[in-house]
Design a protein around this ligand. Structure first.
Ligand code: FEO
Length: 393
């Protein structure tokens, strides 16, 4: 990616990571790659907003050099400590050692604990203003969206919001703007990002958006730190975030299961028929064959889930166990979850799945459905009825 002017005197200088396929320690698959966005403001004070992942520092510096000598940077705004946005910071500060870094108190603490640099740092709080010349920047602390240090930066003269991770997407493209990329892919990646990273933070996100709305500041452009810039319809992503944060769902249920020899798979298919008969849309995933990130994205807009596993060593199967460990952390409050599975001589999977999710905040249905070995006709009928009941009919 080269430097691109996104507004008069404001440049995108970030980089594309086309081939990254895992993020956050393999908890998130990034099948469309990602970008690490950084923005350069040319004014009386030259200001860089965020940097990029460490190995891309050279490319960031080349992009900045297309516009101005990096040594001329006066200010660096660090909206977030995480290394995908701060990794190149030591290299940038090496080029302009007099540059002053701005961020929250938690950001100062976090950057020091990552890089141990003796940098000039000014702590900022919500409402603080930084004059750049013709333009100014103001800051809005955004703790836990999604780290304690997170912050939004706003430029009133351009009605430009720079919210770092919020409203981002792991979506590598050269389109740069929302109106230059395929819309279904864009919204799919935005939803995936929310579901897999921000889902448990819904109440915090809701309060922060409402707080920003009360400020009554115009927002014409949202430039996040991953993916494309929202300039055509910034209100579209804001209203999507509001809907997701409120837990709004569709008339849809998701079945996720793992099967050893096919009996639990048979049960899953009959349960799906029952859900469909109840007039509810249903999606079905064998988690041993499915991408966890995609499944969680589907679950975000579902009103309930049905989880199944064969019993193995008195427990659930291992892919299901790993999946439920992630689901527990997502805290899917407001969703109803039912459980099922086949066993050989002693059950155990249903109890273990329920216990795994006890602290998830979801409503767990105690009476699970289990059968010995392969379900017969009558038992398949029970599966059908269990599906209908799980769907609420
Ligand atoms: Fe929280 Fe994109 O890092």
């Amino acid at each position: 990616m080269a430097a691109v002017q996104i507004l008069p005197g404001i440049y995108s200088v970030g980089v594309a990571d086309w081939n990254v396929r895992n993020f956050h320690g393999h908890t998130y698959t990034t099948l469309r790659g990602t970008t690490y966005n950084s923005y350069l403001i040319i004014d009386e004070k030259i200001t860089l907003i965020d940097t990029v992942l460490g190995p891309f520092a050279k490319e960031l510096i080349e992009n900045i050099r297309e516009v101005i000598e990096p040594e001329k940077i006066d200010y660096i705004i660090a909206n977030h400590v995480e290394t995908d946005h701060s990794g190149a910071l030591p290299e940038i500060i090496r080029l302009c050692p007099k540059a002053k870094v701005f961020g929250t108190a938690k950001c100062k603490e976090g950057l020091y604990k990552h890089y141990y640099g003796d940098w000039e740092f000014q702590v900022v709080k919500t409402g603080d203003k930084l004059e750049l010349g013709k333009r100014s920047l103001s800051f809005i602390e955004a703790p836990m969206i999604h780290w304690p240090d997170s912050m939004f930066t706003y430029c009133p003269q351009e009605a430009l919001l720079l919210p770092n991770d919020a409203f981002g997407q792991h979506f590598a493209s050269l389109g740069l703007f929302d109106d230059r990329v395929e819309q279904c892919a864009l919204m799919d990646e935005a939803k995936k990002y929310y579901a897999n990273i921000l889902w448990p933070l819904g109440p915090v996100i809701l309060r922060k958006i409402q707080e920003v709305q009360k400020l009554n500041i115009p927002i014409k452009i949202i430039a996040p730190s991953h993916g494309v810039i929202w300039r055509k319809e910034p209100e579209k992503i804001i209203s999507s975030y509001l809907s997701w944060a409120k837990g709004e769902v569709e008339n849809k249920m998701v079945i996720v299961y793992e099967t050893m020899w096919g009996a639990t798979d048979k049960m899953a298919r009959q349960i799906a028929e029952g859900i469909k008969a109840a007039g509810v849309d249903v999606r079905l995933y064998d988690i041993a064959k499915s991408d966890r990130t995609e499944v969680i994205t589907e679950m975000l807009s579902a009103k309930g889930f049905v989880f199944g596993s064969s019993t193995h060593d008195n427990d659930m199967l291992p892919n299901m166990a790993a999946f439920l460990e992630i689901v527990k952390g997502l805290k899917p409050t407001g969703r109803k979850i039912s459980f099922f599975g086949s066993y050989g001589w002693a059950g155990g999977a249903i109890k273990e799945m329920q216990e795994r999710l006890i602290s998830s905040g979801a409503e767990l249905v105690k009476e699970g459905l289990s059968f010995k070995y392969v379900p017969n006709e009558a038992e398949l009928e029970d599966c059908f009825n269990f599906g209908k009941k799980s769907a609420g009919s």
